[in-house]
Ligand binder design. Structure first.
Ligand code: ASP
Length: 434
């Protein structure tokens, strides 16, 4: 019997998770049952993905950088990668601004709903504000200081320090290029083998993906707030989602134009990572799967994927920046403010920077939204308006974030001649069967 493709298995797992939770929420004990007996499996699944992230970045980036054999190639690729990331982010913010200005979802919010939302979510919004406050108080160069760890073991002990691990790996890779080849060889071979093992572990974890997403979505359904509030925010949510869909269209188009890969090829290759991004709301947790899919199913060679993707997971968040633009203007509209053209241009700049600064974890985009609001002079209390619907939108924007990273990696790979015509698909039991 032909095996069902992974993305279908994951989709079925997601759908069953939702249906299961909807059925169980009719019973008084349903939510507790899911919290106690189902949700932990989702947590285990996410943990196992996060577990892989640091060793994967270390091994693949060290190997990838050292394979470039030449530091000028590295800087060329770096400039190309960052440049493309910034351009896609600016496109995303502009799409968001256009949609929200045309649809004007904020004007559909009644005074009454606004007050209700502020009363319900004011407290939670305050917590986000405090988180943002910490970041705002830092000096202008703090972001740069934060990239350089003072201790590599310390840096690797926290997934939030991904940029520090990336820094170490690139630095180590450069060292490896500069030492005599004979001495470098065993080190490279070690990291190569290490990387293969990690990729195999991802294959094994992915066998559990349909069950993992079942648990994650079931838990989300029983924890989500009431449907009435969702309805009040429907127009806003629709703006974010249609902007995000347009952005996916942009990726498909640029991949098609610049690499001649069909939409079907691209989406088939990347969809399991997209579905995981949707289910986990974290591009960092999805990173191992994104890397595996991009290398083995989209044909990007490791030298490029190992460099472009970990950096992308931390700094390239097109979905987040698009959402921040829509949310900021929506809040302004709901408070009856008219934003000038100059303020909206300011939003393009701050949303681009804020998305770069957002951590790749659930809800991070909302914390950084505070900074976009503050810059544009929009009341930060407005966060409470969009709180109720943030999680589902987080799921959607994370999907776009991951898709963006994957498409940019294909563009960069094509530009530097590292895009394979035929991807080398590897299954978890390839060697085992023989
Ligand atoms: N959850 C998003 C991510 O990990 C970040 C955000 O927008 O909150 O990509």
């Amino acid at each position: 019997m032909k095996k069902l493709a992974l993305h279908w298995q994951i989709l079925i797992g997601m759908a069953l998770g939702v249906v299961f939770a909807l059925i169980l929420s009719n019973f008084e004990w349903g939510a507790d049952f899911i919290g106690d007996w189902i949700k932990p499996f989702g947590t285990i699944f996410i943990n196992s993905l996060k577990l892989i992230a640091v060793p994967l970045i270390l091994a693949s980036l060290i190997k990838g950088v050292s394979d470039l054999k030449d530091i000028s190639k590295l800087s060329q690729m770096g400039v190309r990668t960052i440049g493309t990331y910034v351009i896609t982010t600016i496109i995303a913010v502009s799409i968001g601004l256009t949609v929200v200005n045309v649809v004007k979802p904020g004007s559909t919010i009644s005074e009454e709903t606004r007050e209700e939302l502020v009363a319900n979510y004011g407290g939670e919004a305050d917590l986000k504000r405090q988180d943002a406050e910490k970041q705002k108080n830092a000096g202008p160069l703090q972001a740069l200081v934060d990239i350089v760890p003072s201790n590599i073991v310390g840096a690797s002990s926290n997934n939030a320090n991904m940029l520090q691990v990336i820094f170490f790996a690139i630095f180590f890779g450069i060292g490896l290029i500069l030492i005599p080849e004979k001495t470098a060889e065993p080190v490279k071979a070690f990291f190569d083998g290490f990387n293969e093992v990690i990729l195999k572990m991802i294959d094994i974890i992915m066998l559990a993906a349909p069950y993992g997403v079942f648990a994650l979505l079931a838990a989300l359904v029983v924890e989500s707030p009431s449907a009435d509030l969702f309805a009040a925010l429907a127009m806003y949510a629709l703006c974010v989602i249609s902007g995000l869909l347009l952005m996916i269209g942009v990726y498909i188009l640029i991949v098609w134009i610049f690499t001649k890969r069909s939409p079907k090829f691209f989406l088939n290759g990347i969809s399991p990572a997209q579905l995981l991004a949707f289910s986990t709301s974290s591009s960092a947790a999805t990173l191992p799967v994104t890397m595996e899919r991009v290398e083995e199913h989209l044909g990007v060679e490791r030298e490029v994927s190992s460099f472009v993707l970990p950096i992308g997971a931390t700094i390239n968040m097109d979905g987040t920046s698009l959402y921040q633009a829509v949310a900021a203007v929506f809040i302004a509209q709901a408070f009856g403010m008219d934003l000038s053209f100059a303020t909206q241009l300011g939003i393009i700049a701050t949303a681009t920077l804020a998305s770069i600064g957002s951590a790749a974890v659930p809800g991070a985009g909302m914390v950084m939204l505070v900074i976009v609001l503050a810059q544009a002079g929009i009341p930060e209390a407005g966060l409470a308006l969009i709180f109720a619907i943030d999680r589902p939108l987080d799921m959607c924007r994370t999907t776009v974030n991951v898709t963006g990273d994957a498409s940019v990696s294909m563009l960069v790979a094509k530009a530097v001649g590292k895009l394979r015509d035929q991807p080398l698909v590897k299954n978890w039991d390839d060697n085992y069967k023989k």
